[in-house]
Design a protein around this ligand. Structure first.
Ligand code: R5P
Length: 295
């Protein structure tokens, strides 16, 4: 087995290789002056199973294309199986035609993976595992969706949140709060969130959660603008919660996101390293490596 960390996940790819007990062979990469990516794979791959590790944020378009280029190249050069490990898979949020004429971006991405020769796709906390399953059926790529929520919950538990109330920002993500609640040992629940499909504005209803004096943790798959998490944290603090932590798997953190969440009163912000971030205190390297061993 050969592990090739792509330009977007050099550190994580090396950690995955180390956990698998193999040497990492990072892809050589540079940018041409016009912005095109040059990629070269530094090892022979003929007859090998190749694990590509490449996240797709920030700059999802470029990173996705780099992944396609690497996958096609290793397949062309004789790899027998290509396992694309994309811890944060961009384009998953557009998995339905919410408005007439919208693109099914997730479907397009899976089609391109198949064309590039990807046999297996490993993702961490897919935005919608049911959509992933649905589109998987139409393509020749086997999808594996892992969850880092128990690891995040372990982290917050060690940092003073044992027994805390686990919350997800909406009912669709209740499985995140449920999984975290199993680790933290407290109650779990959700907020009522709706998004205006045209403006992207979110509305969050904070029902009475009876959190007076209680510690709470908001678990989300993605923090992007920080608006969703900030509103949840603010609502909890307004209802008298003691400490409130914000935990997410994929730390996209657009400019101002962190400040928004801190201003809302968050006492702790933590994410995994699916996307590089200063909040990425929880690594998914072991989770991925252990799973790869089972394939
Ligand atoms: C959306 O449905 C996701 O689960 C996240 O809640 C969302 O992407 C967070 O976005 P933002 O940080 O911009 O509110």
């Amino acid at each position: 087995m050969i592990v090739i960390p792509g330009p977007a996940s050099k550190e994580l790819g090396e950690a995955v290789a180390a956990k698998l007990g193999v040497r990492a062979s990072p892809a050589e990469h540079r940018l041409f002056p016009d912005g095109e990516s040059y990629l070269r794979l530094p090892v022979g791959v003929e007859g090998e199973t190749v694990v590509l590790v490449q996240t797709t944020a920030p700059d999802p378009d470029r990173k996705m294309l780099q992944l396609f280029i690497m996958a096609k190249t290793v397949k062309d050069l004789g790899a027998t199986r290509v396992i694309a490990c994309i811890p944060y898979l961009a384009y998953m949020r557009q998995d339905k035609r919410f408005l007439e004429g919208e693109a099914l971006s997730l479907d397009v991405v899976l089609g391109l993976m198949e064309a590039a020769g990807v046999d297996d796709l490993i993702v961490v906390d897919a935005h919608s595992s049911s959509s992933l399953r649905e589109f998987e059926a139409g393509h020749g790529v086997k999808v594996h969706n892992l969850s880092a929520i128990p690891l995040l919950a372990e982290y917050v538990k060690k940092h003073g949140y044992g027994g805390a109330y686990s919350l997800s920002p909406d009912v669709g993500a209740i499985h995140l709060a449920e999984a975290a609640g199993r680790v933290l040992g407290g109650r779990h629940g959700y907020f009522e969130k709706s998004r205006d499909r045209r403006t992207g504005e979110i509305e969050m209803k904070v029902k009475d959660l009876s959190v007076d004096g209680v510690d709470a943790v908001v678990f989300d798959d993605i923090i992007s603008s920080g608006g969703t998490t900030a509103r949840a944290v603010e609502g909890l603090k307004r209802q008298g919660a003691a400490k409130v932590a914000a935990a997410c798997v994929h730390a996209l953190f657009m400019p101002g996101a962190e400040e928004k969440i801190e201003a809302a009163g968050s006492d702790l912000i933590v994410s995994t390293d699916t996307v590089e971030s200063k909040h990425g205190k929880v690594t998914v390297a072991g989770l991925i490596a252990d799973y790869v061993k089972t394939l």
